[in-house]
Design a protein around this ligand. Structure first.
Ligand code: NAI
Length: 286
């Protein structure tokens, strides 16, 4: 028996790159998979229905079950539809992986509003819309006596957690995905829906022209897939709100830390700006 036997998994952006590796591994582990992908270019332009269809064929050729969706995650209709594709084909949904993404890098002053909003729309609004449709369906299944709970796996990035030159739009979107993950992990605990995120580093069409990937073939989507599988399977237990990061053989986690800080002495508890400057190390370090 596989780790996802009997589960239906919707994986956005799984017509290529990391999402494709997720789809193949999830299917191998027994999941029925909705392979969602608009099949556009790296910058989000264009569309090609064959991207999702090809991965569906690969899964079927290996003896698995899958269905294609070419809906865009970035519209409410698309998000509603891609969840319904799973319901219509397989009767339910259990796992949602928000993985679809585009890249429109530019230094800050050269970044126009369209570059900003298109990247936010796919990564952040897409994760919001698809998660909302997924949760509605999971709750409908519970109301119908068809079992409870579910798993959402989001996708953030080092850029979102730490910032990166030339990626104001992408970093803001991925930091937003972190905030969404944390908040949904709190809100959906009662519904037994875990919400975690993967922060991958792998050579795909999104990253292949970065200098760090030149001549490097050891950082593959196949290294990332087990992290998403873990977060999507029963092995994850009730862990929720985590960011699991993967780069090749390195598996680690991102956390936001709060310093111990410093309480102001005496009766006057209002800090002055000068006192903040004078006590910076005690406040912000450690
Ligand atoms: P990729 O470009 O190979 O895959 C992204 C997929 O999303 C594409 O197949 C694309 O057609 C699809 N897509 C784009 N817009 C869509 C939309 N509106 N609706 C449905 N599908 C859509 O890139 P990669 O590297 O596989 O990226 C997967 C995820 O991992 C993305 O969220 C990316 O931001 C994230 N990531 C990747 C890193 C890496 O090192 N490759 C680093 C950090 C994060």
């Amino acid at each position: 028996m596989g780790l996802l036997t009997g589960k239906v998994a919707v994986i956005t952006g799984s017509g290529g790159g990391i999402g494709r590796a997720y789809a193949l591994l999830f299917a191998k582990e027994g999941a029925k998979v909705v392979v969602n992908d608009v099949g556009g270019a790296r910058d989000g332009s264009g569309a090609d229905t064959s991207a999702a269809a090809k991965v569906v064929e690969e899964i079927k050729a290996a003896g698995g079950e899958a269905v294609a969706s070419t809906d865009s995650v970035a519209t409410s209709n698309g998000a509603a539809n891609l969840i319904q594709v799973g319901v219509q084909a397989f009767g339910r949904v259990d796992v949602l992986v928000n993985n679809a993404g585009i890249l429109r890098d530019k230094t800050f002053l050269k970044m126009d509003e369209e570059m900003w909003s298109s990247v936010l729309a796919v990564h952040l609004t897409g994760a919001f819309l698809c998660s909302q449709q997924f949760v509605k369906q999971v709750l409908a299944q519970k109301a119908a006596g068809a079992g409870e709970g579910g798993r959402i796996v989001n996708t953030t990035s080092v850029s979102g957690m730490l910032g990166n030159f030339g990626q104001a739009n992408y970093a803001a979107a991925k930091a937003g995905v972190y905030g969404l993950t944390r908040t949904l992990s709190i809100e959906l605990q009662k519904q037994k829906i875990t919400v975690n995120a993967v922060a991958p580093i792998a050579k795909t069409r999104m990253t292949e022209d970065l200098p760090m990937f030149h001549g490097v073939d050891s950082l593959t989507p196949d290294h990332i897939a087990p992290a998403a599988l873990f977060l999507a399977s029963d092995l994850c237990g009730d862990r929720t709100g985590h960011v699991l990061a993967v780069m090749g053989a390195r598996m680690y986690a991102f956390k936001v830390i709060e310093t111990a800080g410093k309480f102001k002495d005496g009766d006057d508890t209002v800090w002055t700006a000068q006192e903040i400057a004078d006590n910076w190390d005690a406040i912000a370090k450690g």
